[in-house]
Design a protein around this ligand. Structure first.
Ligand code: FAD
Length: 478
């Protein structure tokens, strides 16, 4: 299978449409390397016995083994493997591996294109299968651009003062379409080979032009990637977190031509219905992916909380034990509910497995509601030092280094440097730019909390519960 180095080489050949601080940069820019390194892990770990079975899947499309992050889920086992490999890899990368967005979008499209083709006769599914072959043959790194800028939140797409505040088709041609608009908050777009675009919400009959789903290479003509890149760094010691970064993008589609073979929903008459389904299905797969990555983040916070309490000499205290139990209850409930979502999955007519929507949404909701509480627990157990930690240059410096090493001591048998390293790691979660981004992502990634409530309430059978209550209370329907 393709290696991480081959992925990096492909990136370097892309046109420099990544804009950071007013400058167009190539994908070899230093600021992008943290995320590239993390993504490379999803290629290179495929040979590692611990990951081999989880990271590979048998494809009926190309009749060979492919990387899990290019695979369309065919079974409960596929959904479970994706969830497990996401958790395991995220434990190693401080919380994100940047490959779920692309494959979540591909799974959603496998269903939507099939449904649209069956109902309209338009050849979207045939195109999708060809595109899927290209993904699987080349182990493509893709991202998903769903979130439109949205303008005035109280207005629908067609009611906005500027109709471009939701991405839309502005021209239909024989050989394709021209799209205009933007997508914001798009993770990893600057290091993705392909960007998949899907609508952001349910659409009305006036909004067919917004019912558009397609894929373009990341450096396609007219695509501008305005990028915010952040990295954890270390000068004086090696550690895994020092290799980790984050890349978020505001993508502008400046009248972009999309050829027919890359259009999976073309903004044609009556397609608003399929646009809404595409939005919901991507969100659903993405929320299932969160049942893998969020437990991994909580695992890391649990570890940091336990370790700092151990170094401080208070690990066995009652309130510490209770806080650790609370953290574990969050990670394992979210993970367990993701497992339930896989076991309760249904098989779509396209052959793709759809995880249970109630389980996916309640799991994502539970994870989101708890993220800031987890940070609060970490801040509580760590004290103030993550926020006030002296700089590495001083801690390892000549003048005050030995004094700082003396006064940072906690339990006698714990080395001062290890204490410094631990607080530096905690500081990354609590006080850094990436830590802040991860926290907002913990709330909003995959949809704001309200969207999960809506998804739950729309699909949950509350009426049956009301009937149960009536029966118990002796209330008759008449
Ligand atoms: C770090 C990060 C990474 C992300 N990565 C991706 C990605 O890779 N791809 C992608 O497509 N998206 C991504 N997202 C976007 C994410 O899905 C959105 O942030 C989320 O859906 C919320 O949308 P918004 O940011 O526009 O906020 P808003 O929708 O403006 O939400 C703000 C508040 O307004 C409320 N609100 C909004 N509209 C209404 C209304 N009509 N009525 C009542 N209340 C309303 C919301 O409930 C919320 O409380 C990412 C977000 C973050 C933070």
């Amino acid at each position: 299978m393709r290696t991480g180095d081959e992925y990096k080489e492909a990136l370097v050949k892309m046109k420099p449409n990544v804009i950071i601080g007013g400058e167009n940069v190539g994908r070899d820019d230093e600021r992008l390397q943290g995320v590239i390194k993390t993504i490379s892990m999803t290629f290179d770990r495929a040979d590692d016995p611990e990951f081999r079975d989880l990271l590979s899947a048998q494809s009926d499309i190309v009749n060979k083994e492919v990387n899990r992050f290019t695979h369309i889920h065919q079974s409960v086992e596929d959904l479970l493997a994706k969830q497990e490999v996401t958790r395991k890899l995220c434990q190693q990368s401080a919380g994100c591996i940047f490959r779920c967005m692309g494959i979540d979008a591909m799974n959603a499209l496998s269903i939507i294109t099939h449904r649209t083709e069956s109902m309209t006769g338009r050849p979207y599914h045939q195109r999708f299968l060809e595109y899927l072959k290209f993904w699987q043959e080349n182990n493509i790194v893709g991202t998903c651009a769903q979130t439109d800028p949205k303008g005035n939140r109280a207005l629908r797409p067609h009611q906005q003062a500027d109709p471009d505040l939701y991405l839309r088709v502005v021209e239909h041609r024989d050989d394709g379409i021209v799209v205009r608009g933007a997508k914001n908050h798009i993770t990893a777009a600057a290091v993705a080979e392909e960007i998949i675009i899907v609508p952001t919400r349910f659409l009305t009959p006036e909004e067919d032009q917004y019912a558009v789903a397609f894929a373009v290479p990341g450096d396609w003509e007219g695509v501008k990637l305005v990028t915010r890149a952040s990295n954890f760094t270390r000068q004086h010691f090696e550690c895994a977190i020092g290799d980790v970064g984050d890349v978020e993008n505001f993508i502008i589609f400046d009248d972009v031509f999309v050829p027919n073979d890359r259009i999976f929903l073309g903004g044609l008459e009556g397609e608003h219905v399929f646009g809404g389904w595409a939005a919901t299905l991507f969100a659903l797969y993405h929320r299932h992916s969160y049942t893998g990555c969020k437990p991994a983040t909580t695992d890391l916070m649990t570890g940091l909380c336990a370790l700092v309490s151990e170094y401080n000499g208070i690990e066995d205290k009652k309130h510490v034990q209770s806080k650790l139990a609370e953290l574990i209850s969050v990670s394992e409930l979210v993970y367990g509910t993701g497992i339930a979502a896989a076991y309760k999955a249904t098989k779509d007519d396209s052959g793709t497995m759809i995880p249970d929507p109630i389980f996916c949404n309640v799991a994502r909701r539970h994870a989101g509601k708890n993220y800031y509480h987890e940070l609060e627990t970490l801040a509580d157990l760590s004290g103030g030092l993550p926020a006030t930690l002296p700089l590495e240059a001083d801690f390892f410096g000549e003048e005050v280094g030995h004094l700082l090493q003396k006064y940072i001591k906690r339990k006698e048998d714990v080395d001062a440097t290890d204490i410094y390293k631990l607080f530096r790691g905690i500081s990354d979660f609590l006080c850094s730019s990436i830590g802040g981004i991860m926290a907002v992502a913990g709330v909003h990634g995959g949809g704001s909390p309200q969207m999960e409530d809506i998804a739950i309430l729309k699909q949950y059978d509350v009426d049956t519960r009301k009937a149960m209550a009536k029966r118990l209370a002796g209330i008759s329907d008449s």
